[in-house]
Design a binder for this molecule. Sequence first.
Ligand code: SF4
Length: 477
Amino acid sequence: MAKRTVSKPDWTANPGERPQEKCGVFAVHNYTGPDNAAVVTYHGLLALQHRGQESAGMAFCDQKGMQVIKNMGLVDQVFSRRELDAIIAPSIIGHVRYSTTGSSILANAQPLIARSYNQGGIALAHNGNLTNTRRLYNKLLDEGQIFHTTSDTEIMLTYLFRYRRSGLAAAVNKTMRLIEGAYAAVVMDDHQMVAFRDPNGFRPLAIGRLGQASVFASETAALDTVGADFVREVEPGEIVTAGPEGLNSLKTMPNEPCQSICIFEYVYFARPDSILKNRNVHAVRKMVGSLLARRIPVTALDMVIPSPDSGVSAAMGLAESLNLPLEWAVHRNPYLGRTFIEPTQSEREEAVRLKFNPIRNLVNNKKVVVVDDSLVRGTTSRIITSLLKTCGAAEVHLCIASPPFINPCYYGIDIPVAAELAAMNDNADRLAESIGADSVTFAEPADLYRAVGMDQSKLCTACFSGSYPALNLLTGK
Ligand code: SF4
């Protein structure tokens, strides 16, 4: 099915709160193993911590009805062992969240729950970003709906709650015909859990088996962590129900869905030990690195240095192909936070400077290649290049294991506005000059398609190509 270019989604017309998020979902259904389900969910969420560090939460149904425990902070800051032991429920939905600064508030932390005093409740955890939020929000407001959050997830929750009387899977099916954009989500009521994924399949969602229990996780690495066996992925457009009778599948699309897996999951976002569409993420990144080796315009180099830690897999592939030593010549202080969420450019630069320190003796008088997975604002590359030169590096060549990032993402990855994207208006030579490097080499899109083993028609590549996938294949809009 052809992809098309679309205008930006309606919610971004609102200059205030913008519900963009990149998150992790972990859920376990009907767990009866040696730990309690809350401890399993806790470990699953820890494994997905890289997908969101602002808040964490778990929802479960006990004798008091649907409950949620959530707070701002990392998973181990939000939950104590005592709290986990007090959760008596075999089925739990968990979530870790990252959002833009403005919407980083407790009300938006997930899972979200909706309850009525006599008809039970539902809980929802969502990874992705809806693109017709404003339209649905205004419609629901006109109908008298009251909102408690500024998150697009609450719009999904509202429809799921309205339609739940015909069954949770039917409610998901109806809701999927209204919402557009990216969603990999799990919803639960007091007897059933339903996982569902948008027809494009932007965000990943894996199914696992842990004894008798079913597990859903944003990445297979979380299944490995809790000792669950990987069963398969929730397919794009699929609704998977976990109930007393086991797993059931409902396909919403009459034909093969037009999958548009986010290529950025392979490039940067997913853990290297995860598997997406049968491809190990580390292997993909390493192969891109080895393909990138053919594009470097210089010879007689001395070493390859990974940009810590995002460039490690690609640097391994590049070093192997060029038969050069791979040196961990830039140390990263792991106790400083992620720098790209710092609010101003100067604060961001200062944070990067504090974070990295080259090993002077290793790089002095050497011609080095620094490998990173992507170039977004260029801050990290600029500072690392400058630090290496200060430590005496004779030449610093930058290799980026993805094509230039030139468009914003509307599907759940928080990327700076276009004006802040380093590669927006510059060719590689001007970019090298502005970064202070001797050269900048990008991977070609074809390198990525080859490494992931899929052609462009099966991937979302909009942040590189500007070709945004169709928004709702169920409605044809
Ligand atoms: Fe991924 Fe880029 Fe598409 Fe967003 S626009 S889903 S980051 S490929």
